[in-house]
Design a protein around this ligand. Structure first.
Ligand code: SAH
Length: 477
């Protein structure tokens, strides 16, 4: 074995002793050695480790733990035995308190370094009561192992090789049972499995959505095609067996009921899981669930927050930041199925929602209807097209309050510019990426908005993902 390296030029296969003093964006431990930053997978802030250098770049490198010399007090034994292999949970070896601290620091550092703002009201982090079993959505890739057996599980970190996970502690047990039943069905019926490399085979993914309040479940199987067999009679027989097998999952419990089974056709060579065609097989093509006392219909193609327990706390924060009196025009930009819009409508004069996925807007309209909410209107389209257009056409649609909840890439520049021109009193920015949030906050601060409040709401225990709600006020308004 090599000597422990202490020279300046670290190289591959050197061995170093380092103290871990931070956690990086993928959950890896960060330590330093002679001015070099080293990323060490599985290491925790406070660990002292002996590590083998795997790869060096000019000023940083990657290393692997050989031995933990001093164990950090924040280190815990993960509940899940495959958490270090699977790409899903990057922080499960770190205590939940420390995970929260990591997330808050990530938000503070991004807002400071990218957004140029350190001074605002940072609220106490809104933690989960139980950081496991919280996801109402499971998305499993389907594949074959080297012996040709069907496996359903998760991609290993940064790869597309599937780990056959029996359990995933982020979902309720019912999702695992459905997954096992599906595996039995696919094996028994000898259904062909999709192979990414050759773009052949049929079954690609399974999506399971669970309504935590209603117990409704939707199972949607993603196919590289639209049926199990070309022969109509055979196809019908297989579909009957498919439904019967999945329904067996209900037998040992009384909380969840499979209300919807559908196929999704995705023939593209793509990493995107779902295609845009849904083929109903059993029941409806949606499930119903509640947030507070508002009822929502959710289709497989629509975005829906994955953690229903924290979602309510997140939306309550949005309500409190919006601080409505009943006279306001509110825009809910990137509105999905209208969850925030309907939540806000009770307290606003009029809410306008905008969303790019047509199916989600259909759901949003239906959700307004079933709840008897009339002061909302939804538009399909890219926010950066719809908002400028509506603003040009009709100045009475000018926003008093704007809520934005963009995907990770943040808000489009044209959209931000239009929002600034509308001069809303407050902008409530919900973000799942502190980096792009900070970039957009910087722009808004330059255009006359002040960052007042920041609340980190943990929606994704055990993972590096961060959700944050912020409130910006227009200066002098
Ligand atoms: N506010 C909703 C959804 C937020 S997720 C909720 O809390 O449930 C972000 C949403 O933005 C997704 O529904 C996505 O389809 C939508 N989206 C992505 N790009 C968009 C764009 N350019 N214009 C409008 N909507 C967009």
């Amino acid at each position: 074995m090599k000597e422990i390296a202490d020279n300046l030029m670290l190289k591959k296969n050197d061995i170093v002793e380092i103290l871990i003093d931070d956690i990086g964006s993928d959950g890896e431990g960060i330590g330093r050695h002679n001015g070099m930053t080293l990323f060490v997978k599985g290491a925790v802030t406070g660990d002292k480790v002996r590590a083998l250098i795997l790869k060096m770049k000019k000023s940083y490198g990657y290393a692997k733990i050989l031995e933990i010399l001093i164990e950090s007090p924040h280190r815990v034994k993960p509940l899940c035995p495959i958490s270090m292999k699977c790409g899903g949970c990057q922080l499960s070896h770190i205590s939940y308190e420390q995970q929260l601290e990591y997330k808050v620091n990530k938000v503070k550092n991004n807002l400071g370094r990218i957004g140029g703002v350190w001074d605002y009201n940072l609220e106490p982090v809104i933690a989960m009561e139980e950081p496991y079993y919280y996801r109402n959505k499971a998305q499993f890739p389907v594949g074959c192992d080297k012996d040709g057996n069907v496996i359903i599980g998760f991609y290993a970190a940064h790869t597309h090789s599937i780990i056959d996970a029996k359990k995933c502690y982020l979902q309720p047990e019912f999702a695992w049972i459905v997954k096992d039943k599906l595996r039995e069905f696919l094996s028994d019926e000898n259904i062909s499995i999709y192979d990414e490399a050759t773009h052949t085979g049929l079954v690609r993914h399974v999506l399971i959505r669970l309504g935590f309040i209603t117990g409704d479940v939707c199972v949607c199987l993603v196919l590289n095609g639209n049926r199990f067999s070309k022969n109509k009679r055979d196809n019908e027989n297989i579909l009957i067996k498919f439904v019967d097998k999945l329904k067996e999952a209900e037998l040992d419990q009384n909380k969840f009921k499979i209300k919807s089974i559908c196929l999704n056709e995705n023939k593209e060579k793509t990493n995107v899981i779902l295609g845009d065609k849904i083929i109903p097989i059993y029941g409806e093509t949606y499930i119903t669930d509640y947030i507070g006392n508002i009822k929502y219909k959710i289709s497989p193609l629509s975005f829906y927050q994955v953690n229903p327990y924290q979602m309510v706390k997140l939306y309550d924060k949005v309500i409190s930041y919006a601080n409505l009196t009943g006279n306001e025009i509110v825009w809910d930009v990137y509105c999905g199925i209208g969850t925030i819009s309907l939540y806000l409508a009770k307290k606003a004069k009029q809410v306008y929602g905008v969303e790019i996925v047509p199916q989600a807007v259909e759901d949003a309209k239906e959700n307004a209807r079933i709840n008897g909410i009339e002061n909302v209107e939804f538009f399909v389209g890219a926010a950066e097209d719809v908002l400028p257009e509506k603003y040009e056409q009709d100045k009475s649609m000018q926003a008093d309050i704007v809520v934005v909840d963009p995907p990770r890439k943040g808000c489009d520049a044209v959209l931000l510019n239009t929002i600034v021109n509308m001069e809303p009193k407050r902008i409530v920015y919900v973000s799942c990426d502190p980096g792009t949030l900070a970039r957009d906050v910087k722009y808004l601060r330059e255009k006359g908005y002040e960052l007042k409040d920041v609340a980190v709401v943990d929606q994704f225990g055990m993972t590096v993902h961060v959700e944050v709600v912020t409130c910006l006020h227009r200066v002098n308004s």
